[in-house]
Write a protein that binds this ligand. Structure first.
Ligand SMILES: Cc1cc2nc3c(=O)[nH]c(=O)nc-3n(C[C@H](O)[C@H](O)[C@H](O)COP(=O)(O)OP(=O)(O)OC[C@H]3O[C@@H](n4cnc5c(N)ncnc54)[C@H](O)[C@@H]3O)c2cc1C
Length: 382
């Protein structure tokens, strides 16, 4: 088994690492404190090609694959997890258009995303009443001539109000079984009848804006339907399989930053006349975190490698997500413990890492839902 990265993967990792250290990490605490959407940084990341890591060059992407994508998100998340999720969702929308879009949609929208012309792109599946049970969504899209009229309320839209393009799932056939009556639409920012609400006040990822989107008679050209009618749920689930690699990588990035901060602190802080890193209790925490981080990253790489090999990776992406995100939470808790009282303050970054890590167990499918997916995949393979 070869764990070595190829030249392209190394190059993408290095671009993301430099951007993370030179742009994101410096402002992450201030953006978190002020809940500031990092528009300037996103513009720079888009121009670096990080909005289309796994998109063909023909459409302006880096054509660097899913492993490169995971490497990029991990690096960005170590600097600013909120920026990383914005970039991850933007890549997810780009991949959905690449997989399900026609040539006109790719020329019109995919090239805009990959060029960094939008601050972000958004993925809008969830609603106030439908989260884990996404197929029960109630927003509607009714065909009128060569347009669809969208009505309803979407929830938890990452980059809502900032994105240039929204991938919105709405019900086109109320009589079909729930998962079969949904279609996907590309809705441009500023389309009359679509409004973003005030941002949610969140525990973490405060520099990532999360809003509701309200649709009231919003008219979308029929040519903006992504794929045929009725496959919107399939589009969403395909996007989320890949998205879970992104969340895994994001969790690994947050955990890496927390672990490195805690390890450094253990060499600097002295109690009882010696560095706290001399105490076995602290050493064991460092060892457990390092080991969990390594295992988590390998699971993430495995899911990404399968995606690159064009092998079905639903089970592996779910395993990766549940393991990486739960490990990241444990690692961040340990980091706070190693810093003692200082870890609980904003003077050090580990409290932010802990707050940022928490949501990775919730979005793009909760840990419980990942376990449902893993068990279903195993049982149906028997
Ligand atoms: C910061 C943030 C950003 C987000 N960004 C986006 C976005 O960009 N686009 C988007 O569409 N959505 C987004 N989401 C929504 C996110 O995907 C949902 O929050 C998530 O899917 C869970 O849905 P829910 O919050 O409605 O919880 P619920 O589905 O109500 O779940 C509540 C609890 O019940 C458990 N549960 C539910 N069903 C089962 C089951 N069958 N078996 C066992 N346990 C179960 C869950 O695991 C959870 O613990 C975001 C959420 C957050 C918090």
């Amino acid at each position: 088994m070869d764990f070595a990265l190829n030249d392209i993967q190394e190059a993408i990792r290095d671009v993301a690492r430099r951007a993370s250290q030179k742009l994101l990490a410096l402002n992450a605490a201030a953006y978190d404190e002020g809940a500031i959407f990092p528009e300037e940084n996103l513009k720079a990341l888009g121009e670096m090609g990080l909005f289309g890591v796994n998109i063909p060059e023909r459409w302006g992407g880096a054509e660097a694959g899913a492993v490169s994508y995971a490497l990029a998100i991990r690096e960005l998340a170590a600097g600013c997890a909120a920026t990383a999720v914005t970039v991850a969702v933007t890549n997810m929308v780009a991949e959905a258009i690449n997989t399900f879009g026609d040539e006109v949609q790719k020329a019109r929208y995919l090239t805009q995303i990959t060029a960094g012309a939008y601050p972000a792109a958004s993925f809008s599946l969830s609603e106030p009443g439908s989260g884990s049970d996404a197929a029960s969504l109630r927003a509607t899209a009714v065909r009128e001539g060569d347009e669809y009229v969208l009505n309803g309320t979407k929830a938890w839209v990452t980059s809502g109000g900032h994105a240039g393009l929204y991938l919105v799932m709405a019900r086109t056939d109320p009589d079909a079984p729930p998962a079969k009556g949904i279609s996907a639409f590309l809705v441009e920012a500023g389309t009359p009848g679509m409004t973003a609400s005030k941002p949610e006040k969140k525990l973490g990822l405060r520099a990532s804006t999360t809003t509701e989107l309200v649709f009231e008679g919003c008219r979308v050209p029929a040519e903006n339907r992504l794929g045929p009618e009725g496959i919107g749920f399939q589009i969403a689930m395909t996007a989320l399989d890949g998205g879970r690699i992104g969340v895994s990588a994001q969790a690994c990035g947050i955990a890496t930053a927390a672990h490195e901060a805690a390890t450094r602190y253990a060499t600097e802080r002295a109690q009882f006349g010696r560095p706290i890193g001399d105490f076995q209790a602290i050493q064991w925490m460092i060892a457990d975190s390092a080991t969990q981080l390594e295992a988590a990253w390998l699971l993430c790489l495995r899911a990404a490698s399968l995606k690159d090999a064009k092998v079905r990776f639903t089970r592996e992406a779910a395993m990766s997500k549940v393991f990486c995100t739960e490990a990241a939470n444990e690692i961040c808790h340990r980091a706070v413990q190693i810093l003692g009282g200082y870890g609980y303050t904003r003077e050090y970054p580990v409290e932010r890492h802990l707050r940022d890590a928490r949501v990775t167990r919730i979005y793009e499918g909760t840990s419980e839902v990942q376990r449902v997916v893993i068990a279903r995949e195993i049982l149906k393979s028997l």
